[in-house]
Design a protein around this ligand. Structure first.
Ligand code: PGA
Ligand code: ZN
Length: 398
């Protein structure tokens, strides 16, 4: 049984506070995990509270339902206790940050108790054979960097990599090539919240630069490296005007669909996340039909890892892929249920970090445990490499 749950406030990668949880069990098992935090958060995400408040509420309401009551390895039991303690459908009482930290720490304690890796505890004995392709954020702007691109993330997608370690190094090489190309053009650039270059260029130039960088790395590494995007369309969308704003330039919904479909063709995009507003299932369905199954149209803010929202999307044919962020929904059980519903309906699950992160590497295990075809977890920076290096270790030990 769970013997203790302790909670504390620690730093995240933006210098903000976040919740860290530690779970210990009667039999000496231990797990520690921390909640990440978004900047371009979806309207329908579970609620993140101030860390101090989330911690106080979780201590008062959730810890008594866990200690001496539930086995750490009984993930559904743990997560049911969290839901029972909270009593709302968006974790607004104890905070999704407390909930997800406890949920993930309990999973690690459960794995530790059994002496098996986390991915195996979560996914079973046969997991660890298929590895996700890491999507590497190499250029970005939007809510993650001021004065940079309108599209939030330009991603490298090393789909032809023979192993995770090759894929991880290919993404790092694309990141470096982008820097070389920027330097060659006399464009200075700092980095955004996820470690991607954040140059003050328009989106058209960013496409050119990233396409050139991926081609160079494809030649150097000898396998296919494609491109992907997170448009974060909800952040561009002006609901009053009904247009997507790219600075001076605006596009109505039909023009936005045309624009994205043209980009898919021109740059052979393998992955496009949130190309449209989070409330527009219909536009998502139109675009999904138009690009076909070759390109993943992924719902992040659209679905927020929520099975009800995903069910609506399935009904309407909106997107063909779902981003999985455990903190959007609050527990690992809810994240698993979303993945299961997705897979049953032919939607590809893509496991993801947040722009505000910690050294926590749970999502690397989650991606392996669920056979997710892709994981989005950045390219450089310690809070990003924590996940990438964990994937390399899992591959090495599997
Ligand atoms: P966020 O951005 O973590 O700031 O929400 C990541 C994303 O939109 O995928
Ligand atoms: Zn996104």
């Amino acid at each position: 049984l769970i013997a203790d749950v302790s909670l504390r406030r620690i730093l995240d990668s933006r210098g903000n506070g976040t919740v860290e949880a530690e779970v210990t069990t009667d039999s000496g098992g231990f797990g520690r995990a921390a909640a990440p935090s978004g900047a371009s958060t979806g309207e329908y995400e579970a609620i993140e509270l101030e860390p101090a408040e989330a911690i106080a509420k979780a201590r008062e309401l959730a810890v008594p339902r866990l200690v001496g009551e539930v086995f750490a390895g009984d993930q559904r039991g743990v997560d049911q206790a969290l839901h029972g303690a909270d009593g709302t459908d968006d974790f607004s009482k104890i905070g999704a940050n407390s909930a997800v930290a406890i949920s993930m720490a309990a999973a690690k304690a459960g794995a530790d108790t059994q002496g098996i890796p986390l991915y195996q505890h979560l996914g079973g004995a046969f997991r660890g054979r298929n590895f996700p392709v890491p999507l590497g954020n190499v250029v970005g702007g939007g809510e993650h960097a001021a004065d940079a691109t309108h599209i939030q993330e330009f991603l490298a997608a090393p789909v032809g990599a023979p192993s995770v370690v090759d894929a991880v190094f290919a993404n790092a090489a694309v990141h470096q090539e982008v820097h070389d190309i920027l330097t060659g053009r006399d464009i200075a650039a700092g980095k955004g919240d996820e470690g991607a270059w954040a140059p003050s260029v328009d989106d058209a130039e960013a496409f050119e630069i990233v396409a050139e960088a991926t081609e160079r790395v494809e030649d150097e590494f000898g396998f296919e490296v494609r491109m992907g995007l997170d448009v974060a369309g909800a952040e561009l969308y002006d609901a009053d005007e009904g247009v997507y704003s790219y600075g001076e330039r605006t596009r109505d919904t039909a023009a936005q669909i045309d624009y994205i479909a043209d980009l898919v063709d021109e740059y052979d995009l393998v992955y496009v996340e949130d190309p449209l507003d989070e409330n527009d299932y219909e536009a998502f369905a139109d675009l999904t039909e138009r690009v076909g199954a070759e390109t993943l149209i992924c719902g992040d803010d659209l679905f927020v890892t929520n099975t009800d929202r995903l069910a609506e999307g399935i009904e309407q044919g909106a997107a063909n892929s779902i981003l999985i962020k455990p903190n959007q929904i609050g527990t690992l059980t809810d994240a698993f249920d979303a993945i299961e519903l997705a897979v049953e309906n032919g939607y590809e699950p893509v496991v993801s970090h947040r722009s505000g992160e910690t050294e926590d590497a749970t999502i690397a295990h989650l991606a392996v445990a669920t056979d997710a075809p892709f994981i989005k977890t950045g390219t450089v920076g310690g809070e990003r490499t924590a996940k990438l290096n964990e994937l390399i270790r899992i591959e090495d030990n599997a």
